[in-house]
Design a binder for this molecule. Structure first.
Ligand code: ZN
Length: 131
């Protein structure tokens, strides 16, 4: 019999990191994610962010964001783990109570972990900026 397990987060982020060398691979993965999960501007379960060619917020290198609902976790996270190749991906919940914990204690890395710039979290605009 299946038990019902509750998790506190309703939404998650997957940040796909890249550098000059892996940009093409990251771009291809982005296209594949878009196709595989049929992501459009009207999608309710997923949103695909633009490519950031420079580090933003706590993210130490270029990246893009895949936003998804918790209900999709079991679909997108395994898919990313099998399709990421050499790319590092950070998967974290969006609780917004403690953004540092969201990005560390509650986060999961696919591939090689990167050192986040956690000092960038000082400031009240952080939650609204959706890092
Ligand atoms: Zn994030």
């Amino acid at each position: 019999m299946a038990t019902s397990i509750k998790i506190p987060a309703e939404t998650f982020h997957a940040h796909v990191y890249f550098n000059a060398k892996s940009k093409r691979q990251a771009t291809q993965l982005r296209s594949r994610v878009k196709r595989a999960f049929k992501i459009t501007d009207k999608s309710r379960n997923y949103k695909l962010g633009r490519m950031h060619d420079k580090p933003v917020g706590p993210h130490p290198c270029p990246m893009y964001l895949i936003w998804f609902k918790a209900s999709q976790y079991g679909q997108i996270v395994p898919w990313l783990s099998f399709n990421r190749k050499d790319l590092s991906i950070l998967v974290h919940p969006q609780l917004d109570k403690d953004v540092v914990a969201d990005h560390t204690d509650h986060a999961v890395w696919l591939g090689k972990p990167l050192r986040l710039r956690l000092s960038r979290f000082s400031g009240k605009a952080r939650a609204k900026r959706g890092f």
